[in-house]
Ligand binder design. Structure first.
Ligand SMILES: Cc1cc2nc3c(=O)[nH]c(=O)nc-3n(C[C@H](O)[C@H](O)[C@H](O)COP(=O)(O)O)c2cc1C
Length: 402
């Protein structure tokens, strides 16, 4: 998610954390936002308008009664001409002014005149924060629709002071601003989804296991795409080396049996997307100790036994999700295998992909899939795994629409 094209008015008030606003300006601009800074008189005691202007690369507004600024832009236009107003740091004083409707300087006048969303990042001494007056103002501002991020607990700039009062970190303020400005439709809001991803590792002994080449990229991207459409997503992931997607509850497992248990524990759900490359078999008698090679011994024979079929279990479960999408990774007879799987597993759709080594799909970044249903086959062009995920999430949302 970016802030591309978003116009942010940043009010810097007079707290010691004002130095962090310089970094905040950089972070917002890095993501494509334009930042118009407004500084209170007190803020200018902590950082200079020169530094703020150099980082924002725009005019810095300082004074309500500036003849030039009022003629050029005016405080009412500043208050309205932006997508979001961020106050960082927000002093106890500025919170109090806004809560009581005071408007005796440029920052407070803008806050009173605006009809735009306002995000405040308070920063102050813990005693100031916990003072009943500040807490009263916080309740008033929250009731007025002002959003807050922080303050956080920790060390204060003043020596020996600790408690709640530190300003939230710039990147967390950016994330909050992005969430506030995100106007993506959320057709899956209120829907629960389970996604499985990655390979499973089936142990042979404490140091060896049977695995496959699945990277988890496709499953993780689908979990993220469903969450982006508002779904409450539980991702059950086998061992992978990619990070957990944001905004998703992740359960890490190793073997197929653990994956099944986690999936059943996540039911009921409206939607299940089973992407994990689950091992069909495991070693029948897992050795509790490392199997040792002794001179003259023949190579051991591993007897295998069948693993639980997670897709099939969920497809025939009493709490079966309304929509079940399974993945079929095949190297031959792809469509015939996918059609068989559809019926045998009780899935609504099978996403078939050719994982022959020459396709580079297994473990790679791109995918080429065919959506197989009882009504036919929909062939999607080759695209990266994030694009497949976004399209599949939209596809699921359409099918779950009331
Ligand atoms: C060294 C110093 C640090 C201060 N730090 C803070 C602070 O972190 N938070 C706060 O609310 N006030 C702080 N103040 C007090 C404010 O600067 C003061 O209340 C000022 O009037 C705020 O004005 P403004 O809200 O218009 O920016 C500090 C004052 C000094 C002298």
């Amino acid at each position: 998610m970016t802030l591309s094209g978003k116009r942010i008015l940043l009010i810097i008030s007079g707290g010691i954390a004002a130095y962090k606003s310089l970094d905040l300006i950089r972070r917002l601009r890095e993501r494509g936002a334009t930042v118009t800074p407004v500084m209170t008189k007190a803020a200018q005691e902590f950082v200079t308008p020169l530094a703020v202007g150099a980082l924002s690369a725009t005019h810095v507004f300082l004074d309500l009664f500036s003849r030039t600024d009022e003629q050029d832009v005016g405080h009412i236009r500043l208050a309205r001409g932006h997508d979001l107003i961020v106050v960082a740091p927000a002093t106890a004083d500025l919170m109090a002014k806004r809560a009581n409707g005071l408007a005796d300087d440029l920052a407070s006048a803008i806050l009173l005149a605006t009809d735009r969303p306002v995000l405040m990042a308070p920063a102050m001494n813990p005693a100031m924060w916990s003072n009943p007056a500040t807490q009263r103002n916080l309740r008033t501002l929250t009731a007025d629709g002002v959003r807050f991020i922080g303050p956080m607990a920790g060390e204060m700039a003043e020596a020996g002071e600790q408690g709640i009062g530190r300003m939230a970190e710039p990147l967390d303020i950016v994330a909050s601003a992005q969430a506030l400005l995100d106007d993506t439709p959320r057709p899956l809001a209120g829907k629960r989804a389970i996604v499985t991803s990655g390979p499973t590792h089936e142990p042979i002994d404490p140091v060896r296991y049977i695995a496959n080449r699945s990277s988890g990229r496709q499953g993780h991207a689908i979990a993220a795409a469903l969450a982006a459409l508002g779904a409450d997503v539980t991702l059950v992931s086998g061992p992978v080396s990619i990070p957990d997607p944001a905004g998703v509850k992740v359960i890490h497992v190793e073997r197929a049996a653990e994956m099944l248990e986690a999936v059943l524990g996540a039911l009921p759900a409206d939607l299940a997307v089973m992407v994990a490359a689950v091992a069909d078999w495991r070693v029948a008698a897992e050795s509790a100790r490392k199997i040792k090679k002794k001179p003259g011994d023949k190579a051991p024979t591993l007897a295998m036994t069948e693993n639980p079929d997670i897709l099939k279990t969920v497809g025939h479960h009493a709490a079966r999700p309304k929509l079940i999408i399974g993945f079929a990774a095949e190297t031959h007879d792809i469509l015939a295998n996918a059609r068989t799987k559809l019926d045998a597993k009780g899935a609504d759709f099978i996403v078939a992909n050719d994982v022959s080594p020459e396709t580079g799909i297994m473990g790679g970044t791109r995918n080429s899939v065919k959506i197989v249903s009882r009504d036919g086959i929909d062939e999607w062009p080759e695209m990266d795994k994030e694009a497949v995920a976004a399209r599949l999430a939209a596809f699921a949302a359409e099918r779950l629409a009331p």
